[in-house]
Design a protein around this ligand. Structure first.
Ligand code: ADP
Length: 411
């Protein structure tokens, strides 16, 4: 093999690998209705504070919410939510988020660092791997919203997140009123525009100070610049959050602000800012139906290799496949149909299951090549499932509680 062919092959392998991972991310996140990135032009403007309080406001409004803190250099979500001592549950390759409340799940890169004060010194490729891993391996289950607290700026890391997420609804951009912050925010808006990511709105944080004693408002850093800039750049303005000493206190003591100070004026400001985001879901039902009709999207269909009505660990040699049709909105099984596969030959099953419109396969074990073929056919592969009844496995998968162990492929 010539040097040139060697390089060309390596390039092809890399592309294929990327495609596989992209499909895994897409499949992993497909039970999430809305993905929203919280961005800022620079650090220290209150991006994490906004991400946490936005997630909490949506959860308080009754939505199922996930909060993903992927700010590699300063993962502050565990501290803000008082979750610093939490230990993440890991099964096989799957990371399970921490349940802050019944309908608010949290995952942070900070949970995986030994000490909250550890300095993270990672080279570019490692950061990219970490971000990818977080999008690929966290088991969220069904969510109305995933709020992503992204690294600040417009560099490689936010770029990787936007590209890997593919179908995010858009970004909420946080700024403070000073000119230096506003100029960074302009870059952030152009960044979204180049990447074709909608800007859901700009939020001006630390905008004015209301004296707790006399109630007089003082514009310490000026205010209103964010609104003018948003208007000039043709993006929505979501509102202003004042400087509020209770925010610092609540962040430092791990008490989510909008939850513990829900009667305050500042909590009302957060509520107003969350309202248009909440609206995304209130119109979502019809929108998703229409979009999927327009795109001709397929419904979720899950296949499980079975023998004697239990998962068969030898996926290539099972008697039958149990095929489940799923109601996408209710996340419930509407139909089960058992079908006999064609005779086993390498490469036959991924193609055949694709023709059956299957988009998820739950298996005990599977070789590397077969996994690649499934993902190339846009079929998510869940490996390491136990030999339980297919109904149990599907219901655990839909509820986000499917436990997976090692890949037990012995063929
Ligand atoms: P970023 O994620 O942009 O780096 P953080 O959300 O970590 O910023 O906030 C930085 C600091 O500013 C924290 O101590 C936080 O408590 C404080 N802070 C954020 N917003 C406000 C506000 N509106 N009023 C007072 N303090 C705030």
């Amino acid at each position: 093999m010539t040097e040139k062919t060697k390089f060309a092959n390596a390039d092809e392998d890399q592309k294929r690998q990327l495609q596989v991972e992209q499909t895994q991310i897409r499949n992993r996140l497909q039970q999430i209705k809305h993905k929203i990135l919280v961005l800022s032009g620079k650090g220290g403007v209150g991006k994490s504070t906004v991400a946490v309080n936005l997630a909490m406001s949506l959860a308080l409004a009754g939505k199922n919410v996930g909060l993903l803190d992927i700010d590699i250099h300063g993962p502050s979500v565990p501290k803000i939510l008082g979750l610093e001592k939490e230990i993440v549950q890991i099964t096989g390759n799957t990371l399970f988020p921490v349940e802050m409340t019944e309908n608010l799940k949290v995952m942070s890169i900070g949970f995986l660092l030994r000490q909250s004060d550890d300095a993270v010194i990672w080279r570019g490729p490692m950061k990219y791997q970490m971000i990818k891993q977080f999008l690929k391996d966290v088991q969220w289950g069904t969510l109305d919203f995933l709020i992503v607290d992204s690294p600040p700026g417009t560099g490689d890391e936010p770029l990787a997140i936007v590209q890997l997420l593919e179908d995010a609804d858009g970004a909420v951009i946080v700024t403070t009123p000073q000119e230096v912050a506003l100029s960074d925010v302009r870059k952030c808006i152009s960044f979204c525009s180049v990447l074709k990511l909608s800007v859901l709105g700009v939020l001006e944080n630390m905008s004015g100070f209301i004296c707790p004693k006399c109630g007089e408002e003082t514009d310490i850093f000026k205010s209103g610049g964010g609104e003018i800039m948003a208007r000039q750049m043709g993006v929505p303005f979501l509102g202003r959050i004042p400087i509020d000493p209770q925010i610092v206190q609540s962040c430092d003591s791990g008490k989510p602000f909008v939850f513990h100070y829900n009667q305050s004026q500042t909590a009302k400001a957060f509520e107003n800012i969350s309202a248009p985001i909440l609206e995304l879901d209130n119109n979502a039902h019809e929108l998703v139906e229409t979009q999927s009709l327009i795109k001709g999207d397929k419904k979720m269909r899950i296949a499980i290799p079975v023998a004697q009505d239990r998962l068969c660990p030898h996926f290539g040699h099972c008697d039958q496949f149990a095929i489940f049709d799923i109601d996408d909105n209710l996340k419930k099984v509407i139909n089960r149909n058992d079908i006999t596969p064609p005779a086993h030959e390498p490469g036959v099953l991924p193609k055949w299951l694709h023709e059956q419109n299957v988009n998820v396969i739950i298996a005990g074990g599977m070789g590397q090549r077969a996994q690649q073929l499934f993902t190339q056919n846009n079929i998510e592969v869940v490996i390491g499932a136990t030999t339980s009844s297919p109904e149990e496995l599907v219901s655990a998968y839909l509820g986000g509680t499917l436990e997976t162990g090692d890949n037990i492929c012995d063929h």
